[in-house]
Design a protein around this ligand. Structure first.
Ligand SMILES: *[C@@H]1O[C@H](CO)[C@@H](O)[C@H](O)[C@H]1NC(C)=O
Length: 118
């Protein structure tokens, strides 16, 4: 009975504390947050959508470490065959068009080099 209660308290604490910790996003989360940007990156919208920019600003806050940004690059590289061809001029501009200065997406291609990510 007591251990159940403690487990319950621990679970609640975990749920409460989780959003406060800065945790690098999973590959799935990265691809999901990247998805609303694709119509801009593929030239079918002239400006990035609000949801694209919102997601990029969140990514920005989640990626203060270079190693995390490299991991995001690896995620995108794995998804290149799903993402398909994008306009890399727009990949370079999407973050500044969203008013974000920290994170720059690497140029997206099947042989993108994630070691160069800053
Ligand atoms: C890529 O996007 C830029 C900026 O919007 C545009 O000027 C250029 O024509 C596009 N390139 C291609 C190949 O569609």
């Amino acid at each position: 009975m007591i251990s159940k209660f403690i487990a319950c308290v621990l679970m609640t604490l975990l749920l409460v504390l989780k959003p406060a910790m800065s945790v690098a996003p999973s590959c799935d989360a990265v691809i999901t947050s990247f998805a609303p940007c694709l119509s801009y990156l593929k030239n079918s919208e002239s400006v990035p959508s609000t949801s694209c920019c919102d997601n990029i600003r969140v990514l920005d806050q989640q990626l203060p470490e270079k190693q995390d940004r490299k991991n995001v690059c690896q995620c995108i590289k794995l998804a290149v065959h799903i993402i398909g061809t994008v306009n890399n001029t727009r990949v370079q501009d999407v973050t500044s068009n969203c008013g974000s200065t920290l994170y720059k997406f690497p140029l997206i291609s099947p042989d993108m080099n994630c070691d160069n990510v800053q």
